[in-house]
Design a protein around this ligand. Structure first.
Ligand code: ZN
Length: 287
């Protein structure tokens, strides 16, 4: 699933392409991806101008007129393509191997804009969603389902220390993956942040020292900022026509490096399972 850096990259691109453009048509081929209904989605979108696109955790938030928001989540297999003037200008999300045209059989939603631009939502397994909500519902979802944004000042050592006090009997990696702890971190950046903070993913939260928790907060921010700078980790087999696929992968510290040597101490990186997820760590310098 795309994590904060990948969704943030898509958000920045969408802002460039969609912001201020008027929607002329919406076509939905897979109604169950749309909530509350296709009729309500079309009513809200057709004729409307998209304001800015923001992000909450791994979710894209389109700001619409009349105090409405459209929440777009790519989940495990979703992909967004922006096409204009005959070329694909942006592909974000998951690759669809062997499929290089849009629309294709995995295109479930198409939104057309003035000026000829089209946005395609492709999803091989259909886990993603498009959900139309009013501002009050969005605030409610945002407060109930998500912790602070990791790159905001609200995510700080005091917050994290207090939060972890209430979750002493959890594994630190599991806590990082929980969107209610901090929004937008998934498997890759949890492993990367834990490596940077020298904390073993399978440590019990209750056994962490305050100094380690503080260092973990700083590490999360550092890793995410770096990954945003590199436009995330590329999930794409497509070549972005502007040559801008995510390039964090060669810079990663530990994720996907099982069997290779630790970039800090040279020990062989181990791969194991923590919280049901493939997890990579250095058995020597992560304690
Ligand atoms: Zn090491």
């Amino acid at each position: 699933m795309p994590e904060l850096p990948e969704v943030e990259t898509i958000r920045r691109d969408l802002n460039k392409f969609l912001s201020g453009k008027k929607i002329t048509a919406v076509e939905v081929r897979q109604p169950r991806l749309v909530k509350p209904s296709v009729t309500k989605l079309k009513k809200a979108l057709v004729g409307a101008r998209v304001g800015r696109v923001s992000r909450r955790g791994k979710m894209l938030v389109w700001h619409l007129p009349k105090q409405q928001k459209l929440l777009v989540h790519l989940k495990m297999t979703g992909q967004i393509v922006w096409r204009q003037g005959g070329g694909k200008l942006m592909v974000g999300g998951h690759p669809i191997i062997g499929v290089d045209t849009v629309p294709n059989k995995y295109t479930h939603i198409t939104v057309s804009f003035t000026g000829g631009g089209k946005l395609y939502f492709n999803d091989t397994r259909k886990f993603g969603y498009w959900r139309l909500v009013d501002d009050a519902t969005f605030t409610d979802i945002s407060q109930k389902n998500f912790g602070p944004e990791p790159l905001s000042v609200a995510f700080n050592a005091n917050y994290f220390l207090a939060y972890l006090k209430k979750h002493q009997r959890a594994l630190i990696k599991a806590i990082l993956l929980d969107q209610k702890t901090v929004a937008g971190i998934g498997n890759i950046y949890a492993d990367e942040s834990l490596w940077l903070a020298k904390v073993k993913p399978q440590r019990w939260v209750g056994k962490l020292h305050p100094a380690e928790i503080k260092l973990l907060v700083a590490s999360i921010k550092k890793i995410l900022k770096e990954a945003v700078k590199y436009r995330g980790t590329s999930f794409n087999s497509y070549v972005d026509s502007l040559g801008r696929a995510g390039t964090y992968w060669p810079h990663r510290k530990v994720y996907g490096r099982g069997g290779l040597s630790c970039k800090r101490c040279g020990t062989i990186i181990l791969k194991t399972r923590v919280a049901g997820r493939g997890t990579h760590y250095c058995p020597k310098c992560q304690r």
